[in-house]
Design a protein around this ligand. Structure first.
Ligand code: NI
Length: 164
């Protein structure tokens, strides 16, 4: 075992309705946490679709799984933008945003990564980011993560193992 700093921990952010939400609000549920941004062309929508499908597959066991999408692009991903985006993947997916420094702090504590990369021929930018899917236990503790591209079936299986 290595002596690395523990991954994860609580946070308070703003959801797509403008309401303050903390990780501790979801005590008793297993949380699937994903960092990304709504302008992401490919990776985020693909992974969020798998997360949505996994939660749909697990809903037979009750609403014990809460998917969370934390933006790494808080300057563009306002609550209004998230409100239009998250229902596309699952009706219970919660989108979270906040101040740039708050987001940076959460990302660092989960050992995730993001960086703004300017586009060469426009004033726009993309955000490079890690895209692991984090499992957080009913007590708020980090349980593990799955790599980007994990299929819904594998994700649901990993959740079931943690619930049993
Ligand atoms: Ni992405």
């Amino acid at each position: 075992m290595s002596a690395k700093a523990p991954i994860g921990g609580g946070f308070t952010l703003i959801d797509q309705t403008g309401t303050s939400r903390s990780l501790s609000d979801f005590r008793g549920q297993l949380v699937l946490l994903y960092f990304g941004y709504t302008h992401c062309a490919d990776v985020c929508p693909g992974d969020l679709r798998q997360i949505g499908d996994a939660v749909r597959a697990l809903d037979a066991t009750g609403e014990v799984v809460q998917p969370l999408f934390v933006t790494v692009d808080p300057e563009r991903d306002t609550p209004e933008v998230l409100r239009r985006y998250v229902p596309y993947f699952h009706p219970r997916l919660i989108g979270l945003t906040g101040g740039v420094e708050t987001i940076r702090n959460v990302v660092e504590r989960y050992k995730a990564y993001f960086a703004k990369v300017p586009l060469r021929n426009s004033s726009g930018y993309v955000v490079e980011h890690s895209a692991n899917i984090y499992l957080i236990g009913r007590d708020g503790a980090f349980l593990g993560s799955l790599p980007p591209g994990t299929r819904a079936g594998r994700l649901a299986e990993a959740v079931r193992q943690k619930l049993s």
